[in-house]
Design a protein around this ligand. Structure first.
Ligand code: HEM
Length: 455
């Protein structure tokens, strides 16, 4: 017995495209998911027909890489305009994806994180120093300074010194604009995009600003003649063990741009959301303070080993990524015609969107889904979780290569902030979310005071 996939009604030609708000579509999708308890529904987004899934068993099916793959279309096809065949936007049939993946994989292993730790520490120290003596800070902006500087310094030996500048780096402004334009383009008909000349010329100049930043990073390394085992060093020197090929100059440029984008947006969103959730959950904040006081008493400078021994802070990050995953969905497509859930037929190359927030709060997999409960991540409860109900880092081979990097950097930054500062948001921060390709809190300010002054 087959069934049709439920499909909310749309308008002629544009379908449901215009119903999807550019800003804040995470809420639109959460509402639709709640209206479709079967765990899937289909939308027509200006001619792109996408099946959205949020039931963990259906997600398990679409995460089977023998049946589904990551297509580069929709917003990703737009990002490809400037990230080219970098890891994130490479197509699965491009040999260069495998070459870059194999060359870079060891640079992202947990072992390699130890090598990046001094740089991560230097940048996190810059954050807490910038916060000392300030009563109020813009969290999202400063977390963005932290994460951009960290990937630039640890990955490419480039110091952006963002905490010494009042304005965010021009790269960030250009990237924010370009990613917002990407979301506009993904929901409008191509003819509309081609008519918007002003938006297009701004988009081109934003892309040029990003590419200039990247060219400067590569030029600085080449002219220094320095040999280094960081990401850039590997890309310039290493050969792929399987094909014996090196990465081309153009591909290296695409990878550097990819890492600058993928390597900071999401981690800064995660850190900001974590602080927001800690303020809403003072009993968890108290546990976090107790942990840093135990592991990092006084002015103890964290070592890599101490950061790896933390227990509460990593669980805070796991739970933050469940409730407020900075990437709202991951895109997949069927390799050939198939049937979902035993009854919903889909054709070959059917586009699929896995909705992360609705998946991460699906009552079929999560008791008390909206509660911020870090004890879900205690080993015995974690072992009992549905294996496909949590995908903040994506799936399979195309999952996030930077996961350990992000988690190491985020643990360190959160530990250092809590070691020094008592945090509060006396106005009771109401979470508003800014969305481009990722989501992060908008206008999130914190009140700070030094903890040691009040002990
Ligand atoms: C891919 C999430 C941090 C580099 C992905 C994907 C997700 C993700 C969901 C899969 C996207 C898709 O299926 O289209 C996150 C989150 C992060 C984070 C939540 C922080 C908490 C980082 C960092 C780096 C990074 C720090 C680099 C230093 C990449 C790259 C890919 C990727 C290169 C593409 C991998 C491939 O397809 O080969 N990330 N990411 N990410 N991420 Fe991350």
């Amino acid at each position: 017995v087959t069934a049709a996939i439920p499909a909310p009604r749309g308008l002629p030609i544009v379908g449901n495209g215009l119903q999807v708000p550019v800003e804040g579509n995470h809420r639109f999708f959460a509402d639709l998911a709640a209206q479709h308890p079967a765990g899937l529904f289909k939308l027509n987004l200006a001619g792109r027909h996408v099946v959205f899934v949020h039931d963990p068993d259906l997600v398990a099916e679409v995460c089977d890489e023998t049946r589904f793959y990551k297509p580069v279309d929709g917003p990703l096809a737009e990002v490809r305009e400037f990230a080219g065949d970098g890891l994130f936007t490479a197509r699965e049939d491009e040999a260069v994806w495998g070459q870059a993946h194999r060359i870079l994989l060891s640079a992202f292993s947990q072992r390699s994180m130890k090598a990046y730790f001094p740089q991560m520490l230097a940048v996190a120290d810059g954050l807490v120093r910038a916060w000392e003596g300030r009563a109020e800070v813009d969290v999202t902006d400063d977390m963005t300074r932290l994460t951009l500087d960290t990937i630039a310094l640890a990955g490419f030996g480039q110091s952006f010194k963002s905490f010494e500048q009042p304005a965010l780096h021009p790269f960030l402004q250009a990237m924010g604009n370009a990613l917002t334009e990407v979301m506009h383009r993904a929901r409008q008909l191509p003819v509309v995009t081609s008519l918007k000349r002003k938006a297009d010329s701004r988009y081109r100049s934003d892309i040029a600003i990003m590419q200039d930043t990247v060219d400067e990073v590569i030029r600085a390394r080449r002219s220094s003649g320095e040999k280094s085992n960081d990401l850039l060093g590997l890309m310039l020197d290493a050969t792929d063990p399987v094909t014996g090929e090196r990465l081309s100059d153009e591909n290296i440029r695409n990878q550097v741009l990819t890492f600058l984008i993928a390597g900071h947006e999401t981690t800064s969103g995660t850190l900001s959301f974590a602080l927001h959730l800690l303020l809403r959950n003072p009993h968890v904040l108290a546990q976090a303070y107790a942990e840093v006081d135990r592991m990092l008493p006084g002015d103890t400078v964290p070592t890599y080993e101490t950061i790896m021994k933390l227990d509460v802070i990593p669980r805070i990050l796991d739970e933050t990524l469940r409730l407020l995953s900075p990437i709202p969905f991951i895109g997949l497509a069927s390799r050939s015609a198939t049937v979902l859930g035993g009854k919903y037929p889909v054709p070959a190359h059917q586009k699929i969107g896995v909705l992360l927030k609705p998946l991460h709060t699906n009552p079929a997999a999560w008791p008390d889904p909206e509660t911020f409960d870090i004890d879900r991540w205690l080993p015995e409860r974690k072992a009992a979780q549905h294996p496909h109900a949590y995908k903040p880092f994506g799936n399979g081979e195309r999952a996030c290569i930077g996961r350990q990097f992000a988690l190491t950097e985020a643990r360190l930054a959160l530990a250092m902030v809590l070691q020094r500062f008592a945090i509060a948001d006396p106005e009771g921060h109401r979470l508003t979310i800014k969305q481009t390709l990722t989501i992060k809190p908008e206008d999130f300010r914190l009140r700070l005071r030094l903890r040691k002054d009040h002990e």
